[in-house]
Design a protein around this ligand. Structure first.
Ligand code: KG4
Ligand code: ZN
Length: 338
């Protein structure tokens, strides 16, 4: 039996979770409203908010799990990738906690966390998990990758963005439409009332399984600038259709390459992960694609799509079983590949 405390602080969410033998006992997340007025995450403000939140967040996670700190067998923390100042808060806390409690310290790659979020069991009878090897479309604010997941520790990136991430495309297009940050969920909501074929945006021509979103973002900006010259209410009058059309294009770009990866690898077990996987239309289109091509599809439940500590704790659990621990000299790293 193993009880793992997971800590996530790579960007603008401070989160702590408790997992017992792979089953979630608690997953507490404190978001940071402070960034909204700036239209994006301000690193200095993020680390300061983590510093304020970390102790109460961990305390709440432990209480919600119905355990005490002395029941915890190991602590796992996000080492990277992310904002260095933010990562330092979680890393320093984890080191101090491991030392004080005399328990093993486990470093976790945030991306591995997103991918393995599918293995967090909601209860002891939860067997709804992908089988290895599976393909994972990781789509977040910082990453867009197609990954062959061979084992919990062995992952191969076979396609990735050469510029912006899909979440960034959502957020930047939302900003162009003067929508609040983060724009992805706002576009998702508005798009439900819009026509996805109202406007047509060109898809990029990128080789192999790689992605590009910066051209789309720029052409969206120029398109709106031109239309606003003719009618300064154009954005407000077409918000739903614009949201539906740009969302449709981003999803088509994502799924074209994912299907190409399915054909290339022959893998029929498919998962999606990361903040953008919360998008309702992406989930719908992936479900249609899976049905059409007889694929086994795994979509994480809502709480495990965006950043959370349960996904860090589950990687911690796998590493705990392998006795894959680190020492007190460990440092966080802003760049950290799979
Ligand atoms: O995984 P995540 O919480 O943080 C990173 O590691 O980046 O992902 C955040 C990203 C943001 O870009 C946000 O706009 C996007 O996920 N996102 C969505 C939705 N919910 C979150 N994008 C589209 N539709 C959504 N419903
Ligand atoms: Zn993330």
């Amino acid at each position: 039996m193993a009880i793992i405390l997971g800590i996530e602080s790579s960007c603008d969410d401070t989160s702590a979770a408790i997992i017992k033998d792979g089953v979630i006992l608690s997953n507490f997340i404190a978001g940071q409203k402070v960034h909204e007025e700036f239209g994006g995450v301000v690193p200095e403000l993020a680390s300061r908010a983590h510093q304020q939140n970390i102790i109460p967040v961990v305390d709440t996670a432990i209480k919600n799990a119905g355990i005490t700190k002395n029941d915890i067998d190991a602590i796992a923390f996000t080492r990277g990738p992310g904002l260095l100042g933010s990562l330092l808060v979680g890393t320093s806390f984890a080191k101090g906690f491991a030392l004080a409690q005399n328990i093993p310290l486990i470093e976790v790659n945030h991306l591995q966390g997103h991918v393995l979020a599918h293995f967090v069991k909601e209860n002891e009878n939860d067997t709804n998990q992908p089988k290895f090897p599976f393909l994972c479309l990781l789509v977040s604010g910082g990453h867009t990758e197609i990954i062959v997941v061979k084992t919990p520790s062995e992952m191969e990136v076979i396609g990735k963005t050469i510029d912006d991430a899909a979440g960034e495309a959502f957020d930047k297009c939302a900003k162009t439409m003067r929508l609040p940050y983060p724009g992805g969920p706002v576009i998702d909501k508005l798009a439900k009332k819009g026509n996805e074929f109202a406007f047509n945006f060109n898809k990029p021509k990128i080789k192999e399984l790689d992605y590009s979103f910066s051209g789309l973002k720029t052409s969206f900006l120029y398109f709106l600038r031109d239309r606003m010259k003719e009618n300064d209410k154009f954005i407000d009058e077409n918000l739903n259709d614009l949201s539906a059309s740009i969302q449709h294009t981003i999803i088509e770009i994502l799924l074209d390459k994912l299907y190409k990866a399915v054909k290339q690898t022959g893998i029929k077990e498919i998962a999606v992960a990361g903040g953008v996987s919360a998008n309702s239309e992406l989930q719908k289109q992936m479900t249609i694609m899976a049905k059409k091509h007889k694929l086994n599809l795994f979509i994480p439940s809502f709480g495990f799509t965006t950043d959370n500590a349960a996904m860090i704790a589950i990687v911690g659990y796998f590493k705990y079983l392998d006795k894959d621990f680190v020492g007190q000299d460990i440092v966080p790293t802003a760049r950290f590949g799979l």
